[in-house]
Ligand binder design. Structure first.
Ligand code: MN
Length: 247
């Protein structure tokens, strides 16, 4: 099996090393990841300068670009054959609900999906990142399942794993995205040179964490698996916008 890995935390991130180690027994693993932390990069492509592909001592490739750049470059130029699967992560921190719009972890998987490859985004629920090996094992079981039982249609899975030992996982749930409250406001600071700067604030707490959502599953100790799609069309509002224009 040809497996392409990427992430948004950077090629040096422990979550990526854990993912590569977990998936190595399943086939030929190629890692192409950003040269620095690009969390929050969403689906951005670098169009204003060339991308440079370099190799780290451990064999991972790293790119002076975004997660999307990495997968795009790997699939459309670098790899001789299309990978059988793209796996992104393991992110340090969950990517649930509205996070998926901002996440570089999800974006790297989305790029694989858009290029015709089954793709999985893997995130560990806490920023402390104590149990990457739990998420690595979840990833391995999912990729093994793809190998013996192909899904049969294009698929993009957003997977969030509680940051707990494997034995404590309650199981897995196929979920829908929940929603977050508005983000915290920016944090204003003054630099030593007297300049005012702003830090983007933290994501809001869960607003919709009802039974059936990703938030609920992870909170209850389950692995959350959400199938994602890309079409943002609000089909139910097409009629309402038509009426509004005719009014
Ligand atoms: Mn990240």
């Amino acid at each position: 099996m040809r497996i392409l890995l990427s992430n948004d935390d950077g090629y040096f991130a422990p979550g990526l090393a854990a993912l590569a180690e977990a998936l190595a027994p399943l086939g030929q693993v190629t890692v192409v990841a950003p040269e620095r932390d690009r969390s929050g990069a969403s689906n951005s492509l670098t169009l204003d300068r060339p991308l440079r592909l370099r190799t780290a001592a451990n064999g991972f490739y790293f790119v002076n670009g975004t997660p999307t750049d990495c997968v795009h470059l790997a699939v459309t130029g670098m790899l001789e054959e299309l990978p059988d699967i793209v796996v992104s992560g393991i992110n340090a921190g969950s990517n649930m609900g509205d996070d998926t719009l901002y996440s570089g972890t999800v974006a790297a998987a989305t790029e694989g999906y858009l290029l015709g490859v089954p793709s999985i985004a893997m995130s560990l629920s806490s920023h402390q990142g104590k149990h990457f090996e739990t998420a690595g094992r979840v990833a391995r079981e999912l990729v093994e399942r793809f190998a013996r039982q192909p899904f049969g249609k294009p698929v993009l899975l957003n997977v969030n794993v509680p940051d707990i030992p494997w034995e404590q996982l309650k199981g897995q749930r196929v979920t829908r995205l929940g929603r977050r409250h508005k983000a915290e406001p920016v944090v204003r600071q003054t630099t030593p040179r007297g300049e005012i700067v702003y830090w983007v604030g933290a994501a809001g707490p869960a607003a919709d964490a009802a039974d059936g959502t990703d938030f609920y599953a992870v909170e209850q100790g389950y692995v959350s698996i959400t199938p994602l799609q890309i079409d943002l069309t609000h089909a139910a509002q097409i009629g309402a916008v038509n009426s509004w224009l005719a009014g």
